[in-house]
Design a binder for this molecule. Structure first.
Ligand code: ATP
Ligand code: MG
Length: 434
């Protein structure tokens, strides 16, 4: 891609309500823009990153034998009345009316719709298990939309649903999804923890959350220093008011609380902050019973499906990556999430030799399958282009400047700031090794 052709409206202005680095930088670097409370547009760079996250999620789920579907964003309220969630979800559920006065909701999640979809289509235990997922828009009329993409009202979620003939098989798939999610978060380059969680309004028993570790996380989690154990404090303090008051304590005070001091493995427990990026539930038969979705088991007996449900906050992850990886100058994308791996900065694109050298490297890297951007803008000065490189957060830059006379370009590592002179002829080999 050519910087001069792509729409990347970077700005120095920080929105007044943006307190988190991800919120500030995603807007300043031209990834997203806000069009209303909790409502965001993705500009070209934002769309590229969102699609990359989406692709990783899809690849790992497809490899885990899940099938992608796409459900309608608008669902009839009747389904929500049947499951009892029309009332339970309260004002978070955005209701709309059509011209004939029929009531609908904008899907905040899709358990009801997916049960309706398999109902009378899967009729025998022989057709089970099945795991269906979608990556689609959700709407939740959150009481306090904030922190940019972290807590929007309209957001992108991967929601998956599995159907089983027995509780044991549902638990097997739950464990399988836990492993699949670990692969996804590892590939995304995130530092994360899997923790025991509270099932909340979705219902069911047994659930785990995937938390991206970051000081700005809205959740407090307890983790063991020697085994994999982790838990959301919501599971330890059942009373919601206690959890909320704990969240308002400082971290140090929490550390001193006399709960859960030792893990069952003998390891030390400590508190840390996490961003909930994924949540998997053992749902059971709550929804299949409510919506009367049944199959014939091996004895010819009619049974409600046992279900699992699995979510990933795809758009929230975009913010979580930046919460975990940024500095005072801007974003630092992980290799799998970066919009482009390399930004070729032509210091002075008006100089023909510099622009030609830059274009030559650009074509060569592109031909070798490397995701590369060239900052070929003629009006912008070098300092401005460097500022954009740091703000946007490409992992590397190749600077074409004065050293070109000696056959050299400079490679800059965005994360460490390290600069290395590389001979023009060696650039491809050098980049391939990164
Ligand atoms: P939270 O506790 O943060 O409100 P939740 O428990 O209501 O989230 P789930 O119903 O488990 O969320 O949804 C699955 C995933 O969708 C979450 O793990 C989270 O990553 C993402 N998500 C939920 N609400 C939002 C939101 N308002 N904006 C962006 N992503 C969200
Ligand atoms: Mg959750």
């Amino acid at each position: 891609m050519k910087f001069s052709k792509l729409f990347i409206p970077t700005t120095k202005e920080t929105p007044s309500d943006a307190t988190l680095p991800s919120h500030q930088f995603l807007i300043r670097a031209g990834f997203i823009n806000q069009q209303g409370s909790g409502l965001y547009n993705y500009m070209p760079m934002g769309k590229i990153v969102l699609d990359k996250i989406r692709k990783i999620v899809k690849e790992e789920l497809d490899a885990a034998d899940c099938s992608e579907v796409q459900l309608g964003f608008v669902t009839p309220i009747e389904l929500w009345d049947k499951s009892g969630r029309a009332e339970k979800m309260g004002k978070e559920l955005l209701r709309i009316k059509d011209r004939k006065d029929n009531d609908f909701v904008l899907s905040p999640t899709n358990e009801e719709a997916i049960v309706e979809l398999v109902k009378n289509r899967i009729t025998s235990f022989k057709d089970l298990p099945v795991n269906l997922y979608q990556i689609n828009t959700k709407f939740r009329d959150e009481a306090r939309p904030r922190f940019g993409l972290m807590r929007g009202r309209e957001f992108l979620m991967k929601d998956g649903y599995s159907f089983h003939e027995s509780v044991e098989d549902m638990q097997r798939e739950f464990a399988h999804m836990e492993e699949t999610y670990k692969k996804i978060f590892t590939r995304l380059g995130l530092d994360f923890r899997v923790v025991e969680a509270d099932s909340g309004a979705i219902g069911g028993t047994g659930s785990k959350e995937f938390h991206v570790l970051a000081d700005s996380g809205e959740d407090t989690i307890i983790v063991c220093d020697s085994c994999e154990y982790g838990a959301n404090i919501e599971t330890i303090f059942e009373d919601e008011d206690v959890v909320n008051s704990l969240n308002d304590l400082t971290y140090e005070e929490l550390q001193e609380k006399a709960v859960g001091k030792k893990c069952s493995c003998g390891g030390e427990l400590s508190y840390t902050k996490g961003i909930e990026a994924g949540h998997i539930f053992q749902l059971g038969s709550t929804y299949s019973e409510a919506l009367d979705a049944k199959f014939l088991d091996s004895n010819g007996k009619s049974q409600p499906f046992q279900m699992g449900t699995y979510g990933i906050g795809v758009s929230r992850i975009m913010a979580a990556v930046i919460e975990q990886s940024h500095d005072e100058r801007g974003c630092i994308w992980t290799k799998e999430t970066a919009p482009f791996m390399i930004d070729i900065i032509v210091s002075s694109a008006k100089k023909e030799d510099e622009l030609n050298a830059g274009m030559k490297i650009y074509e060569e890297l592109k031909d070798n399958g490397i995701e590369v951007m060239i900052d070929d803008r003629k009006k912008e000065r070098f300092g401005f282009k460097m500022g954009d490189f740091e703000l946007i957060g490409f992992p590397y830059a190749i600077v074409i400047g004065k050293k070109l006379q000696d056959g050299l370009v400079e490679l800059i590592d965005r994360k460490t700031g390290e600069k290395t002179d590389v001979a023009l002829d060696d650039i491809l080999d050098f980049v391939k090794k990164l």
